[in-house]
Write a protein that binds this ligand. Sequence first.
Ligand code: 13P
Length: 252
Amino acid sequence: MRKPYIAGNWKMNMSPSEGRAYASSLLEAVKDAKADVKMMVAPPFVTIPAVMDVLKDSPIIVAAQNMADHDKGAYTGEVSPLFLIDLGVKTVILGHSERRQYYGETNESINRKILLALSHNMEVVYCVGETLEEREAGKLEEILKAQLEVGLKDVKAEEMGSVVIAYEPVWAIGTGKTATPEDADSAHAFIRKTVESLYSKDIAEKLIIQYGGSVKANNVKALMAKENIDGALVGGASLSVDDFLPILTFDK
Ligand code: 13P
């Protein structure tokens, strides 16, 4: 049985003071609702300390949206995984399509970050997904396969328990266009099959695969009902507690 894992990626939204206020009200709301899912929020780097301050002893995981591919040194503007760990962060989102699209990240550079995060025993949420152009050219499986093969290169079988895959079709992010539950499930099934071929059936069956791309309160239940969809990585709808709470409690 794979426990549902629902995460909010705040992207470049929420200042430290806004994040602190949000975290307090989310914590209150979640206490009353008793959501039976694994929960995570990923604030911007500078907002992490304020949010961590509120959520550190709570069931809500505080994650980072990215990290450097080195531990320290002359890398101006970068944030070391060690600094995140120092703040109590144990989970990091890597390879988000916005990092790929706007900041030149590649399967190879993301692989370096994945290996580094795992070497520090961090949990990695590795984002994969195709653009509209790639989907229309019939390249969905080819793209996913390369993202998995290269992104997970040299990741050991025993480390796979700390890897979550987030399938985020780029054309569904922030556009209001969700993949149909059937389309998402078939991409997830392909991801699971690819992980089985790279590792084992057991690892593939335990793998949590989140769906991301315009997840809202009104579509989460249909997505989560699909066999291969084990969670959600939510952008826009994670930015208000009123929108996020019904997603966290989708099964209620
Ligand atoms: P939206 O939910 O705003 O489409 O964003 C999805 C996403 O990119 C989460 O990482």
